[in-house]
Design a binder for this molecule. Structure first.
Ligand code: ADP
Ligand code: ZN
Length: 744
């Protein structure tokens, strides 16, 4: 009997077997959707495998098959199955990452055509597309007309507007060729997309610098040879990595293959997107959270059919169905946002390597501050390093100076966090009509509120963290973990003394202090409280347009922006990142400092960076001052090797939480015991222990950490843990994080 194993969209690890009716045999290929009876429901499943064999008892038949061609192409399906296995994640959940919501719709929804019709209330804008037909061009066609026709025949349908950019009389030419039957004009619905609101002028590639040319040559050779290789493009900030990406993409497209570009946060990179559009036109799929389900689905369809061959987006773009994928680029590969921290906890950088490998493509990891993981890949010859040692336009690297807060006092504001040197530097920058960025890793007004009578800190009722005071939002206390908020108490909740005092400094307060200290300066702020999505872009645009003199912000200001008039960067508190209870704290602090410093002096004027710290001798700070990325990596790798931490070992974290503290503790002990009983060699079991933040949203949290140098051993230990998970009380949630990034 012909059978299929399918994955259903439920969080269950295993595949389910169904019988294939003859009529559906043709359609039920791996990757195709199948509507199956599941309990009392009908579910849309995805075929994993076909086979012949004895049917299991009570096997049911597939009801229908909505796809003519498999929804998920073979290489993508194979990749998803590997990903599921790597992270011990239910295949049904993993497939959900790759199928757009419409594709996952229930049978009933599939049969309801309204889903696929135009969205209600929005009249779709129509755009004229030019499509090639078979008739030859009229005998007396101009050279321009022949060139245009050859272009459309060669590259496929094109919006008329784009042809007009290239040939001044495109409109007239198209009309004549259409009359002759060589071309046709089709009205298509325009992409209603925030990234495509303004037209972008096409640009020509600049002449490459020597190191850019070398890197490009190496990548082009790998693409031409069809080598499935991984490269680490280590280029200082402003060295022109984007230009290297653009050339590599042009090379894969010329070879008839597609490319995928992953960036940390798409909202923070409108500039990067514009540069892609300037080079490749609007035929770039930009995948971002503002897309409607329908837009997402249309884009997905066009990628799958090969109508679009470049996709760019944040980590979830990893699953874009780019046809014949020849290149995967991960920009700012060190960035923490590539790790998904809920549901299927995958790391998009690690999986990008796998995905490229699976489809026989090249993977390029780019960064000014490579992660230790990627650096170790190059040392183990699993990746090849390409270097861009200097800034592209021969600007000098900024001068980085340390301000030792132990010795240097407050400036005129009286606030110690705006030291005298920083104050003077800001003054000088403003006097020259240049711009400054001031970076602080903490949003809100005051990070904590303490009672000066009894010492009690105001903390969240359902999380074991301090509440942050936000002034702008009407004076409220807010929890940054569960979004609890309350008006500022008049008296201490514990001792009732009217002695509550604001402590510490957040971006909101910093903005206020700077506005007061520099009354003529235009101060703007960039953090999660003021901006998301499109609004982030607006703030950055205002800085570019010189409408802002001082930009205050959190990590958001450190990422990738190319702001040529910024000549001063101030780091308010370099120690904040260093003090986290995490073996990666030094690495992260170092990356943050180098990245934020990299925003200074990208134009013609020289940049200056002031790093304020109480720990100027910390190696992360010492190396950052010297822009010595290699030195830092070398030193940090020695530390990691000594302590047997990743990337020298592999880690996995089992997180448990429950409303009852005793229950979760018992569960954690049970899991830890099961792993210890399995006695897998080389596997170190740490814990159970309460998580660093012991309670979030009213649930107590415990964790068990596993570590080993051997991935296969770690996997065996995890299997033991997962088997024991079945015994846990229903109120306990237990999730598994392979290669964890956040240890909180
Ligand atoms: P990175 O991503 O490495 O920080 P970018 O790609 O943003 O650097 O490039 C920094 C600046 O240098 C940009 O303004 C870019 O236009 C410019 N640039 C890049 N390559 C060249 C080149 N070969 N010639 C001239 N300018 C270049
Ligand atoms: Zn909370």
């Amino acid at each position: 009997m012909r059978l299929v194993d399918v994955a259903v969209p439920v969080p269950l690890g295993q595949a389910f077997t169904y019988e294939v009716p003859d009529a559906l045999d043709e359609k039920l290929q791996p990757g195709a959707r199948a509507v199956v009876p599941f309990g009392s429901r009908k579910l849309v499943a995805v075929v994993l495998e076909r086979r012949e064999g004895e049917p299991p008892k009570g096997v049911k038949r597939v009801l229908s098959a909505p796809d003519d061609a498999p929804s998920l192409p073979g290489d993508l399906l194979a990749f998803l199955r590997d990903l599921a296995s790597y992270y011990f994640a239910p295949i049904g959940d993993v497939l959900k990452l790759a199928l757009p919501p419409i594709e996952r719709a229930t049978q009933q929804e599939i049969e309801t055509p309204s889903l696929f019709g135009p969205a209600k209330g929005v009249a779709p804008r129509q755009v004229a597309w030019v499509v090639a037909l078979d008739a030859p061009a009229p005998a007396k066609s101009s050279a321009q007309a022949l060139a245009l026709l050859a272009h459309v025949r060669g590259t496929g349908p094109s919006p008329l507007s784009r042809l007009c950019e290239r040939w001044s009389s495109a409109r007239a030419i198209v009309k004549r060729l259409a009359d002759a039957g060589a071309l046709a004009i089709e009205l298509r619905e325009a992409a209603r997309d925030p990234f495509f609101t303004a037209p972008v002028a096409r640009d020509a590639p600049p002449e490459l610098t020597g190191p850019q040319a070398e890197a490009v040559a190496r990548l082009e050779a790998a693409v031409a040879a069809g080598e499935a290789r991984t490269f680490l493009l280590h280029g200082v900030t402003g060295s022109g990595k984007t230009e290297v990406y653009l050339h590599a993409i042009a090379a894969v497209r010329a070879a008839g293959r597609g490319a995928l570009v992953l960036v940390p946060e798409i909202a923070l990179t409108p500039q990067l997107v514009s540069r892609f559009r300037a080079r490749f036109g609007d035929e770039v799929a930009v995948i971002h959270s503002a897309l409607t389900d329908k837009e997402r689905w249309l884009m997905w369809q066009r990628l799958r059919k090969g109508e679009l061959d470049v996709a760019i987006g944040a980590r979830s773009a990893l699953f874009a169905p780019v046809r014949d994928l020849g290149l995967v680029i991960v920009d700012e590969e060190h960035d923490g946002s590539f790790k998904q921290e809920e549901g299927v906890r995958y790391h998009a950088r690690d999986m990008a390597i796998l995905r490229a490998h699976k489809s026989g493509g090249v993977c390029v990891l780019g960064s000014a501050t490579p992660s230790l993981e990627s650096e170790l890949l190059t040392r183990g010859k699993k990746a090849e390093k390409l270097r861009l040692p200097d800034r592209a336009r021969a600007q000098a690297m900024p001068v980085v100076e340390v301000v030792d807060l132990r010795r240097i006092g407050a400036g005129p504001t009286g606030d110690k966090r705006i030291s005298l040197p920083l104050h003077r530097a800001l003054e000088a920058t403003l006097a020259r009509g240049e711009q400054a960025i001031v970076f602080l890793n903490r949003r809100g007004f005051a990070p904590s509120v303490r009672c000066e009578a009894c010492g009690e800190m105001c903390s969240c009722p359902s999380c074991s963290v301090a509440l942050t005071f936000h002034k702008r939002a009407g004076g409220i206390l807010r929890c940054h973990y569960c979004d609890f908020s309350a008006p500022l108490f008049a008296k201490c909740p514990k001792c009732a003394a009217p002695a509550l005092a604001l402590e510490g400094l957040g971006t909101e307060k910093l903005e206020e202090t700077l506005s007061t200290a520099f009354p003529t300066a235009r101060v703007a702020r960039l953090d999660r409280d003021v901006a998301s999505g499109k609004a982030i872009e607006k703030v950055i645009e205002r800085v570019r347009a010189r409408e802002v003199d001082i930009l205050v912000g959190t990590q958001m200001v450190t990422k990738g922006h190319d702001l040529p008039l910024v000549t001063l960067v101030g780091v308010i508190n370099a120690d904040a990142a260093l003090s986290l209870p995490d073996y990666r704290a030094a690495e992260r602090a170092f990356q943050l400092m180098v990245q934020v410093a990299g925003r200074a002096g990208r134009g013609d004027a020289k940049g200056r960076v002031l790093v304020q710290t109480y720990a100027p001798e910390h190696h992360a700070i010492v190396f950052a001052l010297q822009h010595d990325v290699d030195g830092f990596i070398e030193r940090e790798l020695v530390d990691r090797r000594e302590l047997d931490y990743p990337p020298y070992s592999r880690m996995a974290l089992l997180r448990l939480d429950a409303p009852d503290e005793g229950e979760v503790k018992r569960a954690a002990q049970h899991i830890a015991l099961a792993v210890r009983d399995a006695a897998v060699p080389t596997v170190l079991v740490i814990g159970p222990a309460p998580a660093p933040i012991e309670r979030i949203r009213g649930r107590y949290r415990y964790r068990v950490m596993l570590r080993s140098r051997e991935r296969s051993h770690l996997r065996r230990a995890l299997q033991a843990a997962l088997a024991a998970r079945a015994d846990l009380h229903r109120s306990v949630r237990c999730s598994l994080d392979v290669d964890p990034v956040q240890l909180l």
